[in-house]
Ligand binder design. Structure first.
Ligand code: MTE
Length: 373
């Protein structure tokens, strides 16, 4: 069986699918630590986890149309200047179940925990490409191929624009460590791409080959998946060639505590809520607004975040808020919306941002709870 060599996973990860393995942790675990522990970090695999021996591991780097190639062993990579970046990775389908609730969509039914925040270390892709004499070209792409193969022996692959890889503030890594330890098998051991601010699917794990190319990757995942469409586009009318592949993700947030249906204690007229917020493209979260009365009054949450600047703010933000609740109320619905450094904010509902793949699912997060006094 292709699934005979799957790694062991922490029981806290709730599988949305077992083969391939896809799982997220309970939401309330996410806000316990600013850096998500590796064993609680969501896993999104499309194929069986490849078995790789680090002693014989080699990363191939090619520049299409030139003789330039480079083969790097793990030891050789580790000898190059090491660089760390704290970045959240979020699946393009995070919060898909909320969109599905409005009208069915195709895809894994993710809750709001297909996101995690980790410190990644490795070599800058920019340094490697520059050492090969590659110069920026706005029209080129970097194709990233994994060691995991589909039944036709095609690898999982995706691509990013070359300008993202070459940008000093882009912080794209060939990472071999997560939170100070070697990558685990589920998260791409021994080397994965980290593309901060960009949808999870371009952060290719088990990296086998990197190619500078005139074209995007022709993989299914770049061309026929992870794209957004109008709410009126259906499976009869969809034309994947008409929509750009998702790169930077839009602003989002979620309430992690309390959880839906929880009985929440009112203390001196207030309840406490906590959650995360994040925006793609390095945009910084500048505010998280919370209401528990349908928007009659909004309360600004306290933020815990890194001191990175806008444009390079790749880590998530955790937030906490004490919200006043009306006396005598038995039940409230808490809503969260985040605002990023471009002053973009989340859409109010899913109805008008619905898309058939259930990606980019970032409307206000809403949690209904009952109150105890
Ligand atoms: N890379 C390879 N080689 N194979 C995959 O299936 N899944 C992608 C990306 N990189 C994938 C991959 C997707 S869709 C996401 S969201 C992230 O990896 C998930 O990373 P994680 O499992 O480390 O959380």
């Amino acid at each position: 069986s292709p699934w005979a060599n799957e790694p062991k996973r922490h029981p806290v990860l709730k599988p949305a699918a077992e083969t391939p393995f896809n799982a997220e942790p309970p939401l309330d675990i996410l806000v316990q630590k600013f850096i998500t522990p590796v064993e609680f970090f969501y896993v999104r695999n499309h194929l069986p986890v490849p078995v790789i021996d680090e002693k014989s591991y080699e990363l191939e780097i090619e520049v299409e149309g030139s003789e330039k190639t480079l083969t790097l062993s793990l030891d050789e990579l580790k000898k190059m200047p090491k660089y760390s970046v704290t970045a959240a990775i979020q699946c393009g389908g995070n919060r898909r179940s909320d969109m599905h609730a409005v009208k069915p969509v195709k895809g894994l039914s993710w809750g709001a925990a297909a996101i995690g925040n980790a410190t990644w270390s490795g070599v800058r892709l920019r340094d490697v490409l520059k050492s090969m004499g590659v110069e920026n070209d706005e029209n080129k792409h970097v194709i990233l191929e994994g060691h995991d193969l589909d039944p036709t022996a095609a690898p999982y692959a995706a691509s990013i624009p070359l300008y993202k890889a070459m940008d000093e503030r882009g912080d794209v890594l060939l990472a071999y460590e997560m939170n100070g330890k070697p990558l685990t098998r589920d998260h791409g051991y021994p080397v994965r791409a980290i593309v901060p601010g960009v949808v999870g699917s371009r952060n290719v794990k088990w990296l086998a080959r990197v190619v500078v190319s005139d074209k995007e990757s022709d993989s299914h995942w770049q061309q026929k998946d992870y794209k957004g469409f109008s709410p009126s586009t259906d499976w009869d009318t969809v034309d994947f060639s008409k929509s750009p592949a998702i790169q930077n993700l839009p602003v989002t947030s979620a309430i992690c505590q309390p959880q839906p249906g929880e009985k929440v204690k009112v203390v001196d007229g207030f309840i406490t809520a906590r959650g995360y917020a994040w925006s793609g493209g390095g945009n910084k979260i500048v505010r998280v607004d919370i209401t528990a009365d349908g928007g009659k009054s909004w309360h600004v949450a306290e933020l815990e975040q890194s001191d990175a600047h806008p444009g390079r703010h790749y880590s998530w933000t955790l937030w906490t808020i004490k919200i006043p609740v009306e006396e005598g109320k038995q039940e409230v619905e808490i809503w969260a919306k985040a605002v990023d450094s471009n002053y973009n904010c989340q859409p109010e509902t899913f109805e008008n941002t619905w898309n058939l793949r259930g990606v980019l699912s970032n409307a206000y997060h809403r949690v209904k709870v009952s109150l105890v006094r």
